[in-house]
Structures are given as C-alpha cells and as structure tokens.
Design a binder for this molecule. Structure first.
Ligand code: G16
Ligand code: MG
Length: 214
C-alpha cells in the first residue's frame, strides 16, 4: 500500500486550463492570430515560458521578439490569468477532489502537490484546500519540467517517504512519465486512450478505489 499521494493541480484538482486558455487567447488576439482550444491542449502541464514559445510558434512569430519582450508578454498573460484565478472558489474543484483529500487525510496518508504552476499557492488558497497539503512543490521550486521526475521526487523528499511508496495523480502524459521515472505509481485522470503512460486510468477522482491503494 502507498504512504503518500502526490497531486498534479491543473486538470486533476481544478480546471484552470480554461483560464490559461482565455488569457493566452487574449494575447494571441492582441498579436493578431488565432488560438484555438485544440492549440491549447499543447500547453497543458507545460511551464509558462515554454507555453509562450509554443504560442508564438503557432502564430509563426517565434523569431520576432527578444528575451526581454517575451518576459513582458508572459507577464501580461499572467496578469490576466491571475485576475481569473482571483475569482475562483471551492465550487471549481473537480468531481471527487475534496472527498478524496478528506478521505486520505482521515487515513493519515501524506499529501503533496506537484505542479508546474507558479500560481499554485494562490489556487489552493482560493479553492480552500491549502490545509490538506503537507508539502507543496510548484513552478517556484522546480528547475526541470515534467517529464523530468524532479517535481515528484522533491515532494516525496519533503515528506521523507520513499519514492516507491508514492502514488501520483496526473492528467498529462508528461506528468505520468515523470511519475514512472521516479518509480512511483502513475494514476491517470482522464481518457484512457490519451494516457498510455499510466499504470491505471480513472475518469475522475470520484472513481478512485481508495482501499486498493492506501
Ligand atoms: C499548469 C498548467 C500549464 C501551465 C503551467 C504553468 O501545470 O497545466 O498549462 O502553463 O501550470 O502555470 P503558471 O503560468 O501559473 O506558472 P500543472 O502542472 O498544475 O498541470
Ligand atoms: Mg495537469
């Protein structure tokens, strides 16, 4: 059985992808090109600056800006995103998220966050789930992006739990790869067809068989 649960944030506990999309789309509009929901799939789980590079590639503008200008564009996008995040509340937690966190806490399972987002603490705060986390590893503390296992290894290290005793909940292929690279159990959340790296896939957190793993 597993002693620790590591959660990705966007796409597992909350659906912030829609706000990332709106904020990136406003930037694309401003730059004069189309940014679709399908394009947005490519940004899931990807860091802010890497997301900007993908966006500019979609607009065929990748060579148009200096590093300083790119920092400015990313920061404009983030200001818009943060404005959306500020309006979030507990109603935006995904199906089964609160119940699972509560159940794990009851059982004395350690809980950590492993997210690429620098805004993770704000999102946990707005949705009222900060107190469930014994450790938080986010975009402010990692240098290597998923599929590198750093984000999950750091979480386990902070909790003093061996990697093999950790179960990871992830909605992205890169995140599942990161979990496998850390020798952790990789639980996919979403469509099985898209999550081939997972050890097992559930449609949402409501369907997790807690007794089986913890
Ligand atoms: C999230 C999102 C990504 C986003 C990244 C960085 O990762 O899935 O789309 O680009 O965080 O976010 P920020 O600009 O807030 O630092 P995760 O790992 O929680 O799925
Ligand atoms: Mg995610």
């Amino acid at each position: 059985k597993y002693q620790c649960a590591l959660f990705d944030l966007d796409g597992v506990l909350v659906d912030t992808a829609k706000y990332h999309y709106l904020a990136w789309k406003e930037l694309a509009d401003q730059l004069g090109f189309d940014f679709t929901l399908q394009h947005n799939e490519r940004l899931k789980g990807v860091s802010r600056m890497a997301s900007l590079d993908i966006l500019l590639e979609i607009g065929q503008m990748q060579d148009r800006f200096t590093e300083a200008e790119k920092e400015k564009l990313a920061s404009e996008k983030n200001d818009r995103y943060v404005a959306y995040i500020h309006k979030m509340d507990a109603s935006e937690l995904l199906d089964g998220a609160l119940e699972l966190l509560h159940e794990l806490r009851q059982r004395g399972i350690q809980i950590a966050l492993g997210s690429a987002s620098k805004n993770a603490p704000l999102i946990l705060d707005r949705t009222g789930i900060s107190s469930y986390f014994d450790a938080i590893v986010d975009g402010n503390s990692v240098s290597k992006a998923k599929p590198d296992p750093e984000v999950f290894k750091l979480g386990a290290d902070k909790l003093n739990v061996p990697y093999r005793a950790c179960a990871v909940f992830e909605d992205s292929q890169a995140g599942l790869e990161a979990a496998k690279a850390a020798e952790m159990l990789a639980i996919g959340i979403g469509e099985a067809g898209n999550l081939t790296q997972a050890d097992i896939v559930y449609r949402n957190l409501k369907e997790i068989e807690v007794d089986k793993y913890f």
